[in-house]
Design a protein around this ligand. Structure first.
Ligand code: ZN
Length: 80
C-alpha cells in the first residue's frame, strides 16, 4: 500500500455539492486551513475554498449569496 504523506487526510470532495458550490477538483495549496478545492458556484463563477470552510458550511457560494470571507472573495476576483 503506497502512502503519500499529507494526502492521507484529504477526503475526496469532487462532485459534492455544498450550498451553491459544486466541487470540481483538488487544488494543491499549502495552507493552515488544510486542503483547498476548486468549486463552481451556481452563478458559474469558479472559486477556491478550503476544506474546512466547505465542510463546516462557512462558504456556500462565491460571494453572490452572502459574503463571509473577504479572502475567498479576493480569490474569486483573481480567477475571474
Ligand atoms: Zn456565485
Amino acid at each position: 500500500m503506497a502512502k503519500e504523506k499529507g494526502l492521507e487526510k484529504i477526503k475526496n470532495l469532487i462532485g459534492q455539492q455544498f450550498g451553491n458550490l459544486l466541487v470540481l477538483s483538488y487544488v494543491d495549496i499549502q495552507e493552515k486551513q488544510g486542503s483547498h478545492w476548486l468549486c463552481k458556484c451556481k452563478c458559474n463563477k469558479k472559486i477556491i475554498v478550503s476544506y474546512k470552510n466547505l465542510t463546516q458550511g462557512k462558504t456556500t457560494s462565491c460571494g453572490c449569496a452572502n459574503i463571509k470571507s473577504k479572502g475567498e472573495q479576493k480569490i474569486a476576483e483573481i480567477l475571474n
